[in-house]
Design a protein around this ligand. Structure first.
Ligand SMILES: [Zn+2]
Length: 170
């Protein structure tokens, strides 16, 4: 299981806790997903960056350290932790679609390296530092022969990309 797949499991568990209006400790979460408490921080990382980039309440600060009761991940995002926790409790997480594991992985990659992966499934292309060059990359039919194989016009391919992956540009 990759860390993003585990993050997916945690997304369910933490949003469930949020709806029950309670916090969860590293130890509890580790037990529930069958991981070591020390590895929890690394698993929470993609969720932390995902919330940050999507401007969602900082979900990961609901997971607190067993001894101090303070969140290990996400506290730099929410200086006022009790208020941030209150905001997460109030937020209706059921209205928020479950993030794809690839979206969580993307959020982490972007935060760590400032890079962006091409969102077309199966494409290994990574844009470093900025999304510059995306248009030339998607205009060519050869780059993604299975993505809209019927569309050969470069301008139309760019338009389709812009439309389909509007979120990628945010
Ligand atoms: Zn691509």
């Amino acid at each position: 299981m990759t860390s993003s797949e585990r993050a997916d499991q945690k997304w369910h568990l933490i949003t469930f806790c949020a709806s029950m209006r309670r916090l969860m400790t590293y130890g509890e979460l580790a037990k529930l997903i069958g991981a070591s408490p020390r590895s929890i921080g690394a698993y929470l990382d993609p969720i932390h960056h995902y919330c940050l980039q999507r401007r969602l309440p900082p979900l990961t600060s609901l997971v607190v350290k067993n001894d101090t009761g303070a969140p290990g991940v996400g506290f730099q995002l929410a200086a006022d932790v009790p208020r941030a926790q209150a905001r997460k409790f109030a937020f209706d997480w059921t209205t928020c679609e479950l993030p794809e594991p690839s979206a969580l992985e993307e959020a982490r990659l972007q935060a760590r390296t400032g890079s962006f992966r091409c969102p077309i499934p199966g494409c290994p292309k990574v844009f470093y530092v900025s999304r510059g060059g995306w248009d030339a990359h998607v205009a060519s039919h050869r780059t993604h022969p299975d993505w809209h194989p019927e569309v050969l016009d470069p301008e139309e391919r760019k338009r389709l990309f812009n439309e389909t992956y509007a979120r990628w540009f945010r």
